[in-house]
Design a protein around this ligand. Structure first.
Ligand code: FES
Length: 106
């Protein structure tokens, strides 16, 4: 028997402006949501390098620059692409239901 997927609703897609990350807190956890050409990506909000908040970072294409030490991550994959960041961000599978955006729990 397989376990059904569980989802957490985070926001509406219209809440996430292109190129402007949105922070959403749910169940004590902070997520950063990114809109790239109306494709949506969700990562942990906390930088893996330190106290930076990626929802406060600057986006350029699929990259976000941390607001603290200017490390860079790919928001599609979570990969750390510029120093001082070396540890990937956790990314989440996004589920869209009309304009309701949820992420899948593992
Ligand atoms: S806290 Fe994000 S780059 Fe250092």
């Amino acid at each position: 028997m397989t376990t059904p997927c569980q989802y957490i609703h985070l926001c509406k897609t219209s809440d996430v402006w292109e190129g402007v990350p949105l922070k959403v807190e749910k169940d004590g956890q902070a997520f950063a949501i990114f809109n790239i050409d109306n494709q949506f990506f969700v990562t942990d909000d906390a930088c893996t390098h330190g106290p930076g908040s990626l929802s406060e970072g600057d986006m350029e294409g699929e990259h976000v620059t941390c607001n603290f030490h200017n490390g860079v991550f790919n928001v599609r994959t979570g990969e750390a692409v510029a120093a001082p960041c070396t540890v990937a961000l956790k990314t989440y599978t996004v589920k869209l239901d009309a304009d309701e955006l949820s992420i899948q729990l593992e």
